[in-house]
Design a protein around this ligand. Structure first.
Ligand code: UDX
Length: 442
């Protein structure tokens, strides 16, 4: 099938490349000429495991192209995917301006057999409005069907999530639209949910909000475990073995970040407010997530009394491992709060080399970043922090505190390391570990 994908962010580029990989003829379109020029010259504008090699393969087969001109491909496409960004506005409502601008510009180019597929995350009701707009403005296109096909792509595993999703969701008001989507995704063997447009739109936001709620629930339990002096690891493991609960997204830590969970929660709360519904559970999910910063700062103040003139090193700036994305990353809020408390901050991240307009020195070497530090706080669970040289780290630090704000390090291993190198290890909802030898803070 001939398919145009408009918007080449990480969802659009993964979608275009994967549809080409599934055997379709795909064109990725973007208004950003620089980005299209980079793609045409073989330079990847973003990093996703497996994406570059997939793109090289489908380019060689002539199945994937790039353009800045929608008029060259939309009129001859069997399906047009819209993968435009739908960010939060100040009020928490979704900013749909980019999406509507593209809908208006391509409307006259759509012919009766084209399926317009909205893949962007949108509030329930948006796709019906788009379908109504097309039928009012362009009676000739009255047969145009609009579908909603939400994405469930995690950054760092987006290609895998596209080709082997837990489920495919096809939202449409007409059966022929469902059938067209089945044709497009015929090569993917995953369960398919065929439903209405609004149900499909809500499935996406409700799923993300639930995952975020699970994380805040785990963080709330970790605070209780801290108070009771027990391990949240055992509680999370015991809960997760119940198939109805599931073990994923129950890891306590610094809280969730990224461009999706915070945005989708705010959007859902705003949508419900229009229906005079309060969504207290989602508001509590957000509040718990915001409070993780205070929990971490309080623990540090508990160690040092005042953070004035203390040097704190933050390990990990990206909102999660295997991405360079720092949008709503907990590390940003933690560094700001520690600075407000008078601490000096240095940071290290394997991929993020700097932070725009932030007073944080980002080092390229993790041991240099810890030179003279009173505490290293692990905020992103990058795998390489499992292989730290603890003796070397202790030598460069001024005080021996390690705060694992992602509960990523094994307690038994850290007990050995603390004993051997005179380190103090803390995490969230788990017992702290101190060396046998008395501590002397120089
Ligand atoms: C999420 C959804 O998982 C995905 O389905 C949707 O399409 C887009 O949003 P993503 O934002 O890439 O994907 O990140 P995800 O892997 O879901 O993690 C989100 C945040 O939760 C990260 O900051 C992560 O560190 C945090 N997290 C995750 C926890 O704090 N605890 C956990 O147990 C799991």
């Amino acid at each position: 099938m001939r398919i145009t994908v408009i918007g080449t962010g990480y969802v659009g580029l993964v979608t275009g490349a994967s549809l080409a990989y599934l055997g379709h003829q795909a064109v990725c379109v973007d208004v950003n000429e620089e980005k299209i020029k980079l793609l045409k010259s073989g330079v990847m504008p973003l990093w996703e495991p497996g994406l570059e090699s997939m793109i090289r393969d489908v380019e060689l087969q002539g199945r994937l192209d790039y353009s800045t001109d929608v008029s060259a491909s939309v009129p001859v496409s069997d399906a047009v995917f819209l993968t435009l960004g739908t960010p939060s506005s100040e009020s928490g409502e979704v900013d749909l301006s980019a999406l509507w601008s593209v809908v208006r510009s391509i409307a006259p180019m759509l012919h009766r057999d084209t399926l317009l597929i909205i893949k962007s995350t949108v509030p329930a009701g948006t796709c019906e409005q788009i379908e109504a707009y097309l039928h009012q403005q362009f009676p000739a296109s009255a047969s145009i069907a609009v579908a909603h096909n939400p994405e469930f792509l995690r950054q760092g595993s987006a290609v895998r999530d596209f080709l082997a999703p837990d489920r495919l969701v096809f939202g449409a008001s007409r059966p022929e639209a469902h059938h067209r989507l089945e044709e497009i995704y015929a090569a993917i063997q995953s369960p398919v949910i065929k439903c209405g447009l609004r149900e499909a739109e809500l499935i996406k936001c409700a799923s993300n909000a639930f995952l975020a709620m699970k994380i805040s629930y785990a963080n709330m339990m970790s605070d209780l475990c801290d108070a009771l002096g027990i391990s949240v690891d055992a509680v999370a493991e015991g809960m997760g073995l119940d198939r109805r609960i599931g073990s994923e997204f129950l890891r306590a830590g610094a809280g969730y970040g990224g461009s999706c969970f915070p945005k989708d929660l705010r959007a859902l709360i705003a949508l419900a407010a229009k229906e005079h519904l309060d969504m207290e559970l989602l508001k509590a999910t957000e509040a718990i997530n915001r409070q993780r910063v205070q929990v971490i700062c309080r623990r540090l103040e508990g160690i040092f009394g005042s953070l004035e003139d203390k040097q704190i090193t933050i390990y990990g700036l990206a909102f999660k491992p295997n991405t360079d994305d720092t949008r709503e990353a907990p590390a940003l809020r933690i560094s700001s709060m520690l600075q407000e408390a008078g601490a000096r901050i240095r940071a290290y991240d394997p991929v993020v080399a700097g932070l725009p307009d932030r007073q944080v020195d980002v080092d390229t070497d993790m041991y240099e970043a810890a030179d003279g530090s009173d505490c290293v706080v692990i905020v992103t669970d990058w795998d390489q922090f499992n292989r730290l040289d603890w003796g070397r780290l202790r030598q460069v630090m001024r005080s021996p505190y390690i705060f694992d704000a992602r509960n990523m390090l094994d307690i038994a291993v850290m007990t050995e390391n603390c004993k051997r190198y005179g380190l103090h290890y803390m995490s969230l909802g788990r017992p702290s570990i101190a060396p046998d030898v008395p501590l002397t803070i120089d």
